[in-house]
Design a protein around this ligand. Structure first.
Ligand SMILES: [Zn+2]
Length: 71
């Protein structure tokens, strides 16, 4: 839960995600729809790499879900 003092500043915004840096709690606020996840900058950095690797593995996998990411 975000603290009332949080005044996060948007770093990046898209249709699916809103990435904000919060100087108040020193965390990254990751907002997806009604869900907001807070994590440290280090955690976020690792998470971003993990998501990227997961996406790569998914696209490289022989089974295809038909779910293609437009980039
Ligand atoms: Zn905050």
């Amino acid at each position: 839960m975000a603290t009332p003092a949080c005044r996060p500043e948007t770093v990046f915004e898209s249709a699916t995600v809103d990435i904000q840096h919060c100087p108040d709690c020193q965390m990254i606020h990751l907002t997806m729809g009604s869900i907001t996840i807070r994590m440290t900058e280090q955690h976020f950095s690792q998470y971003a790499q993990d998501v990227s690797k997961g996406l790569f593995e998914l696209n490289a996998a022989p089974y295809q879900s038909g779910l293609r990411v437009m980039m």
